[in-house]
Design a protein around this ligand. Structure first.
Ligand SMILES: Nc1ncnc2c1ncn2[C@@H]1O[C@H](COP(=O)(O)OP(=O)(O)OP(=O)(O)O)[C@@H](O)[C@H]1O
Ligand SMILES: [Mg+2]
Length: 594
């Protein structure tokens, strides 16, 4: 997940441009915003002119008796100020809408990417890390969008216009302004660039601190079971200390240096008053014109400070943009094919299949077999022998690294991915239920399913009985804020889920591991019905499960070592017979004396 520092530096500008394209999707609104903003800035530049002209007019009236109508200036000033307020009033909603739309699109793109990324990506990714990218990093970009759209224009247009207008009044005063603004902006830019690596460090430390929180929430039961609360609290405090110190160092560095830059700019006012005052006394400059310059300096004072703010925002955002785009641009390793799911009952063929996880030895090597439509195959082997890995290749949770997996003679990589996944149902080793009602959880793969169908599937999975006893029956909310279900109950909901999908191919990864003997018998009856006419793979540790299979595939270290029926294999007295003796025993054996 971490990117080498050199790559970071190289990627940065491209990342920022990358997220700016999300704003670029709304060119009309961007243009409207910029126009409104330029209108506001133009009026801000005109107001000092009116004040200055009024002062000049008043002076000529007093000294030379030239007629002077203050109401003209006052009316003009108030009218423009009102227009400016009006523009600002219009700008607010347009700007907020634009930024929120762009952020919304960015969130959606990120979410899509996370959903589409293959198992392979999620194996490597850290959940806390992905959560922080989808939340904190997106929030940081909000400031960036505001800064790019507004602060950047505001700073650039106002500074350039101001310097130009001051030059128009007096070249000398123009030079004084320029000679104070340039070093100030340069100094702020220099300090900000010094801070760049420090900010990156602060973000990373923040990430590390968040990871501790996330892990503790996810693993709170383990923490409590081992009475490790205090040490976890201590660990968090440590991370928080380190983060806080780094943050304070960074902020203090900035706070200690910016006043110096501001002091340089602050010199402009006394210098201008001194030089301008001499010009006024010498008669080369009107008093009103000097006033204009002073007003301009006051108007841009806060924008000089904003240069630093802008630089900070851009630096923060560039790290976040990079973290977000990394996910969005992660290549899709599993691409959908174009062929429709073939007719037939789902013959599955493994042809010299090999598979290797990203790093590590081959988990599956040279596996060849054919399952006829409607057959049930049991896959047996010691833990880590590659049973789960093998079946994961059928719905393309991973793609083979060698050989082919075919369904009805068609390579699974050529099939439409959605159709493939809808035709192959998997009941995982661990069932995940969403924070939704029981009915919604059962209908997860086919949300349009009717209540009668859902209930029928629940009955088939032997789940109806316990669901009916829940406080709100099928409308009971499970998960996070609802009722907690037992392992066996979750399994049965997962089985009902599979029933509802009416899949051609069924994969059961230890599906009955967590149910008692009675429930297992009931489920087995349901499963027998479910398996009828479907090709079924059952990964089993239990004796009873394996016996009912048409034939058995025995895996050892990723290779098929034996195949045949239960009785054939037992008779052969090989590896299978040995694991039956050792492993495929009723769970109650744990308690019996050895
Ligand atoms: N996501 C993964 N990334 C890398 N290696 C993995 C991954 N999943 C499994 N492995 C490795 O692949 C091998 C086979 O694992 P697999 O989960 O298929 O075994 P299994 O037979 O299903 O075991 P169990 O009976 O314990 O479920 C193991 O060596 C395991 O460490
Ligand atoms: Mg497994």
């Amino acid at each position: 997940m971490t990117v080498p520092a050199t790559t970071v530096a190289r990627m940065r500008p491209r990342s920022l441009l990358g997220v700016l394209t999300f704003l670029g999707r709304y060119p009309g609104q961007v243009a409207l915003c910029v126009m409104l903003l330029l209108g506001v800035i133009a009026i801000e530049m005109i107001l000092p002119q009116i004040l200055g002209e009024a002062i000049n007019g008043l002076r000529q009236h007093v000294q030379l008796g030239v007629p002077f109508a203050p109401s003209v200036y006052a009316t003009l000033f108030v009218a423009l100020a009102l227009v400016r307020a009006g523009l600002g009033f219009l700008l607010g909603p347009v700007r907020n809408r634009l930024v929120q739309q762009a952020l919304g699109d960015l969130r959606a793109a990120l979410y899509d990417a996370i959903q589409r990324l293959a198992f392979q990506y999620h194996d490597r990714a850290n959940t806390g890390e992905l959560i922080s990218r989808s939340t904190t990093d997106v929030w940081r970009l909000q400031d960036f969008f505001f800064a790019c759209l507004f602060l950047s224009f505001d700073i650039a247009a106002s500074l350039v216009a101001t310097v130009w207008l001051i030059f128009a009044v007096s070249t000398t005063l123009g030079w004084i302004t320029l000679l104070t603004i340039v070093p100030t902006v340069g100094l702020i830019g220099f300090y900000a660039s010094k801070l760049q690596p420090q900010w990156r460090n602060v973000h990373d430390l923040h990430g590390a601190m968040t990871a501790v929180v996330q892990e503790n929430i996810a693993g709170v039961r383990v923490v409590k079971a081992f009475a490790r609360e205090n040490s976890e609290i201590f660990k968090f405090r440590g991370r928080k200390e380190i983060f806080l110190n780094a943050l304070l160092d960074t902020v203090n560095y900035w706070a200690a240096r910016v006043p110096f830059a501001q002091f340089v700019f602050g010199l402009s006012l006394p210098l201008i008053l001194w030089a301008g005052g001499r010009q006024v006394i010498g008669g080369q400059l009107q008093i009103g014109d000097l006033a204009k310059v002073v007003f301009y300096l006051m108007a841009i004072g806060h924008r000089v400070g904003a240069v630093g703010q802008f630089t900070n925002i851009v630096q923060t955002a560039s790290a976040s943009a990079e973290r977000i785009l990394e996910v969005i641009h992660e290549p899709q390793v599993i691409r959908t094919g174009r062929r429709r799911f073939p007719a037939g009952n789902g013959a599955v063929e493994f042809d010299q299949v090999g598979f290797q996880y990203r790093a590590g030895p081959a988990s599956i090597a040279d596996v060849t077999f054919r399952v006829e439509p409607g057959q049930t195959v049991a896959i047996v082997g010691p833990t880590g022998s590659g049973k789960t890995t093998l079946v994961n290749l059928i719905p393309r949770f991973y793609d083979v690294t060698r050989g082919r997996v075919r369904i009805e003679g068609v390579d699974v990589r050529e099939l439409d991915l959605r159709a493939l996944r809808n035709s192959v149902s998997v009941i995982f080793q661990e069932t995940f239920l969403f924070s939704a009602t029981v009915a919604e959880n059962i209908a997860y793969g086919r949300p349009q399913a009717g209540r009668a169908e859902i209930e029928e599937c629940a009955r088939l999975a032997q789940a109806h009985e316990f669901i009916a006893e829940l406080p709100d029956g099928y409308h009971t909310v499970v998960g996070e804020r609802g009722v907690t279900l037992s392992g066996g109950q979750k399994q049965r909901i997962a089985i009902a889920r599979a029933f509802l999908m009416n899949p051609r191919i069924l994969i059961l990864d230890d599906a009955t591991a967590s149910v008692d003997a009675r429930t297992e018998r009931l489920i087995r009856e349901g499963l027998r019905r479910l398996c009828r006419g479907r090709t079924t793979f059952v990964i089993a540790h239990r004796h009873s499960t394996v016996q009912h299979a048409d034939w058995i595939l025995v895996l050892k270290a990723g290779r098929v070592v034996e195949r045949g029926s239960h009785s054939q294999l037992l008779g052969a007295g090989g590896f299978y017979a040995a694991i039956v003796a050792q492993q495929l025993q009723p769970a109650a054996d744990v308690l019996s004396p050895s």
